[in-house]
Design a protein around this ligand. Structure first.
Ligand code: ARG
Ligand code: ZN
Length: 844
């Protein structure tokens, strides 16, 4: 059933402290709890309800006396004294049978936990809601050599260990790990002088993949001190790598648990993109210690309070460590590819949703990525100094609390004196605003007139105008900047801004740095786009101009059968050759817009995208690009060569990115000769995988694919790449069959989320393959979602979003997809997670 934000009431009791004892056994773990409750003076409802799911209750006592609780939906109720009391219970659970990977489960022989959002209720009876915060003391009894929980160690002996976490926390931050693990250790001294022991715990054999993660952790700790004034607050910080994990990682207090793909790194097995992602996720989870743990969320509707802010913080960190321009472009690519897609389809929801059936279905691009954009807009609107003051006030005022978006906005209001009630619409109204631009020039005055409108989304037919920060600069026709970046603050539905005293009509650079998550609609010529690509001083808009040019060319190739525009190829050539530009930037500028991006754009312009035609046009354009750059490619390839031992730093990674981009084009001219050479010579995964991808894209590389398997079959994370790449690069008519054949491979461990996603996530992001007119892709994915759902509802539900774009397509494809969605929905016993997703996709 549905839960509503407006129904929030505080829990009737406070928890003063929690003692847990775990007697670990795969099939029958005993969990003993001793919890001190006291009436909550802020609450009126005194019903004593504890969440609990899939638990076998062995005994329950209140103040020492055995009781018989009433079992109700999702937990139990009991009659309790009027004053404070002690609750004691013993339950039995079976971690080895827990394939959903939520609560206490086993992965590769070790015990581990995932409690966010509502997994703690599968461990013991408890008020499993984030506004109930308590200190935890945990005793683990097991013959596993390494026993870990939150907080600081209290003591350990043969077969046991005890931990105490002095910081009150909600149950979703609880964690326990027990296993045969080895650690990569280091230390960090905080700005407050606290000496902290740092560990990354892995399975024996993975010790060599920890050094980079550890370095990233220390840089994150330092950065949060320097930029946000936030120091770490325990004597020990542990990270554990786990192979079976539904998401990326989890910020449990003092004991972060990571999907092994998001922490383990080595030059031989990880790409530059992996290194960068690992650095960002380590930072993200570490930053949660303040934005999430010290200040947590009152209820799950406030999820963006911690996630949006923490994503924003990890984006700032990566920008500081690497390149702000490149990071911003990467982030906007993800935002458009995932969040705009979500916002413009049946799964659209506000950054702060107002209702849900299963909260796990709301760990979305909207909550995370759009949530981060809202923080960025706030910072742009109030300025850097006020942002810093507001954050200081937020930490001072709400430390130790479970807060809301209202609390968050209030600190900005108090610091700046602004009224943020209109800004708050960004949190409550879903959908991507369209921002139309008109221009006029008269008597030296240049006027920009903006009109905003947001299309209806499920449950929200009408939208109000939002506050939109628009960063604008103006150039003259020589390319000189005559108006440096300035902030236009739009609040009305239609609004004009004037620039006076100009001698000629300027060329505008609008929405610099992508200052708001909107779709800009402006009539422009390709000559102007090429001009901005050459001259704009704002790196984001410089890239954006090239992007718009490429999209326009592709759209005309698809819709009018036009040939690839030579003006575009010219502009491309100039960027590729421009040595003053960062290679990473050039790699991004040379990247062709994705087929998904084109489908989105066509649909937005009122057309029905045909994935096959889009694919053909994209291939034709890629070939034309290769031919146009023919003379330059070998030279550029050689110039980007990075000599010496591999280092994952941004500069070297940028060169390799450009080199691999060039290789992709080169392969279209030399039948893969250069790629085969690169493959054979590669001493790191970036170059090895780049070569393999280039070969697979031109339908070659059979021998390399086989060799890659032989070389890497013992490494799970590399094998995920092997599975994924074959599907991602498969030709449209071959994609579904490639995926199906791989599901029959001996190494296809479908219960492992990484492996499942490697195959089916790649199928879903190969649009021409997934949407092949045969419908084979739809049917295959539906078969496997039906199979996975009873085993792992969370991962199944997340993968349903592959179908979220179905209404974009023609009647035949819609019919094929509808049939599969209905087939899934009709499965007896379908999980709540998947039922909610499919229902929303069908009805939205
Ligand atoms: N809080 C984690 C993060 O973003 C995400 C964990 C969510 N897990 C889940 N099953 N919903 O860092
Ligand atoms: Zn997070």
């Amino acid at each position: 059933q549905k839960i509503y934000l407006s129904d929030y009431t505080p829990f009737g009791y406070r928890v003063e402290e929690v003692h847990l004892t775990f007697r670990l056994a795969p099939e029958a773990t005993r969990v003993l709890s001793r919890i001190r409750f006291a009436p909550n003076p802020e609450a009126t409802d005194r019903r004593f309800f504890l969440h609990g799911e899939q638990l076998k209750l062995l005994s329950a006592r209140i103040d020492g006396a055995p009781i018989t609780p009433r079992f109700v939906d999702g937990g139990l109720e009991a009659d309790v004294p009027d004053g404070p009391f002690l609750w004691e219970a013993e339950v039995e659970i079976a971690p080895a049978k827990n394939t959903a990977l939520e609560g206490l489960y086993m992965s590769g022989g070790m015990y581990c936990t995932q409690c966010e959002a509502e997994g703690f209720r599968k461990i013991t009876y408890y008020p499993d809601r984030p506004d109930v915060m308590a200190t935890f003391t945990v005793r683990i009894e097991s013959d596993m050599p390494v026993l870990l929980s939150n907080g600081n160690p209290l003591g350990k002996g043969a077969g046991w260990a005890e931990w105490h976490d002095p910081w009150p926390k909600p149950s979703y931050l609880f964690a326990l790990v027990a296993g045969d693990l080895v650690n990569h250790a280091d230390r960090f001294t905080t700005m407050e002088g606290r000496d902290v022991e740092l560990n990354i715990w892995v399975r024996p054999g993975d010790e060599g993949k920890c050094a980079f993660g550890m370095d990233a952790l220390k840089r994150s700790m330092k950065w949060d001190e320097e930029v946000y004034g936030r120091a770490y607050d325990l004597d020990i910080f542990n990270i554990v790598a786990v192979d079976d994990f539904n998401m990326g990682a989890m910020e449990n207090k003092g004991l972060n648990i990571f999907n092994s793909s998001c922490v383990l790194a080595s030059p031989e097995t990880s790409t530059d993109a992996n290194f960068e992602r690992i650095e960002a996720i380590i930072a993200h989870e570490y930053f949660h210690n303040w934005t999430g743990n010290r200040i947590t969320c009152r209820d799950w509707f406030q999820l963006c309070l911690k996630e949006g802010l923490t994503v924003f913080r990890d984006q700032q960190f990566t920008g500081d460590q690497r390149s702000h321009a490149v990071k911003r472009i990467d982030d906007v690519l993800t935002l458009r590819g995932r969040q705009f897609r979500e916002d413009n389809g049946p799964l659209a929801h506000p950054v702060r949703p107002e209702s849900f059936v299963e909260i796990n279905n709301f760990y979305t691009a909207t909550v995370y990525e759009k949530g981060a954009e809202l923080i960025g807009m706030l910072k742009t609107l109030v300025g850097d100094a006020a942002y810093k003051e507001a954050l200081d006030l937020y930490f001072r005022r709400h430390d130790g609390q479970a807060a809301t978006i209202e609390d968050w906005l209030k600190v900005f209001e108090d610091v700046t004196g602004r009224d943020l009630s209109q800004f708050k619409l960004w949190y409550s109204q879903a959908g991507t605003p369209r921002l139309k631009v008109e221009e006029a020039f008269e008597n030296g005055t240049y006027t920009l007139t903006f009109t905003q409108s947001t299309p209806p989304t499920p449950g929200q037919p009408v939208k109000d105008p939002k506050v939109i920060p628009i960063l604008v600069g103006l150039l003259d026709d020589t390319g000189a900047e005559i108006q440096p970046t300035t902030l236009l603050e739009m609040t009305q539905e239609r609004q004009s801004f004037c620039f006076e005293g100009l001698s000629a009509r300027p060329i505008p650079s609008i929405l610099r740095n992508f200052s708001a998550p909107v779709i800009l609609q402006r009539e422009s010529s390709n000559a102007e786009r090429a001009f901005l690509l050459a001259h704009d001083t704002d790196p984001f808009n410089k890239w954006e101009a090239g992007r718009a040019l490429a999209k326009d060319v592709l759209t005309r190739m698809i819709c009018d059968g036009a040939p690839a525009d030579p003006a575009y190829l010219d502009a491309l050539q100039r960027v590729a050759r421009d040595d003053s530009l960062d290679p990473a930037f050039r790699a991004l500028a040379l990247r062709q817009p994705s087929e998904e991006d084109i489908a989105q754009t066509l649909f937005d312009a009122g057309r029905t995208p045909d994935p096959a035609r889009i694919h053909d046009a994209a291939e034709t354009l890629a070939q034309a690009r290769a031919e146009a750059l023919q003379d330059l490619l070998p030279r550029l390839y050689a110039e980007m060569h990075v000599p010496g031992p591999y280092s994952p730093d941004a500069k070297a990674a940028g060169k390799r990115a450009l080199q691999n981009t060039v290789l992709g084009l080169l392969s279209r001219l030399d039948s893969g000769e250069a790629a085969r050479r690169q493959y054979a010579a590669a001493d790191n995964m970036t170059m090895q995988l780049g070569a393999l991808a280039s070969l697979l894209t031109i339908e070659r590389g059979r021998a390399e694919t086989a060799a890659f398997y032989d070389q890497w079959k013992a490494d799970r994370l590399v094998m995920d790449k092997w599975f994924g790449l074959q599907v991602a690069c498969a030709a449209p008519e071959a994609a579904a069959e490639t995926a199906r054949a791989l599901t029959e491979h001996a190494d296809f461990d479908w219960k492992n989320p990484n492996r499942f996603r490697a195959v089916f996530g790649s199928l879903a992001t190969n649009p021409a393959g997934f949407h092949h007119e045969s419908g084979a892709g739809y049917a295959l994915l539906a078969d496997w979602l039906i199979r996975l759902d009873p085993v792992n509802p969370q991962t199944t539900a997340r993968m349903c979003s592959a179908f979220e774009t179905w209404r974009r397509y023609d009647a035949d494809r819609q019919g094929l997809i509808r049939a599969q969605l209905e087939r899934i929905l009709n499965q007896p016993g379908l999980s709540r997670d998947t039922t909610e997703m499919i229902t929303r996709i069908l009805e939205g």
